[in-house]
Design a protein around this ligand. Sequence first.
Ligand code: GLU
Length: 423
Amino acid sequence: MSATAEIIKPAENPFDSMMSRFDVAAKLLNLSEGLYNVLKSPAKQVIVSLPVTMDDGRIEVFEGFRVVHNINLGPAKGGIRYSMDVHLDEVKALAAWMTWKCAVSNIPFGGGKGGIKCDPRKMSVGELERLTRAYTRAMIDVFGPEKDIPAPDMGTGPREMAWLMDQYSKLVGYSSPAVVTGKPLVMGGSKGRVEATGRGVMVATRSAMLKMGLNPFKSTCAVQGFGNVGSISAKLIEQQGLKIVAISDVTGGYYNPNGINVAEAIAYSQAHANQLEGFPGAEKISNAQLLELDVDVLVPAAMEDQITKHNAANIKAKLIVEGANGPVAASADDILNEKGVMVVPDILANAGGVTVSYFEWVQNRLGYFWTEERVNRRADRNMKEAFETVYQTSLKYNCNLRIAAYIVAIDKVAQVTQLRGGI
Ligand code: GLU
């Protein structure tokens, strides 16, 4: 088995990973047992069977999920993932992370997440459309602009959101753009949404580097993953002056100590079926090797559990900014802490995406659209403020940024839960 295959599969149960951090933060906050139990329990878990006629005439049945973790701050919000690794515990963890992500970023949404166990790369466009429509039909009582608002995640993008919006609108009998975010621009998407997560990762990286006294023009960075988040993070971080010495995707890692031209890598990947295989001007390494490179900044932007107790001791980066959800397993937290690595946690670092999703929903409901400049300015300010709040909380509680982010989020959701009452 190659090192890539080893590292790209989740190694730990993501829900357990989420809960172990939740437990530490809840203890520091002195959260009552009752509230602890309320906040850890997903409000709703829906599992559906989705029969789809494949192009060859066979009927295949897919398993679809939607978990609403908490709706005390507002309607549930969170992406839909198409991947063979989708399972209930993963969706539960991702839904809870959305609750904390929205709370930490001051977004008036709760947390939800969905997924379909499928391999989108092996399906035709027609099959994917029928699957997305079947999922939307099955979730008609779950979704709604005031109830639960999906968005893209791994394996989905604006195209799937367009189908979802259309199917939902047909079923309710009127056009309902605010039911889903991450739509194509022409049908009510927001300017800046495609770049938003990567842009937020860049702002979080810059904020952390400022606190650490790291000079961007003298720093190097490796980015794991070259999908929407990884590629745009790499491009924008490069624009801040850092040298991007390594990038990677499912085909492996690409390393050049003199720096990779990210725009060229993006163009290469787009011209080669969204894969970097054969990218010239870089040495081929594995995804596992990329994580252990001697760089200043590491941005894991691929998937869960890439840094675990097995490789955490070998990490040389001074700063890790989590572009993906859950790339550092809980078992690695203490090891990285002892090494003095600063980790900007997922629920803060990649919140730029849901922030601009919120702006998209606001614009859909207003029926009035903002300029890209306004979207970016507001998103950047939101990220900087959230980072500062988490940073100050980490000083107050003498804890790392991850636990501080959980403290900020859990405290807010707990306060609102108590004020709303009715339990
Ligand atoms: N899937 C993204 C996330 O994990 C975006 C969610 C959204 O925009 O609702 O944050």
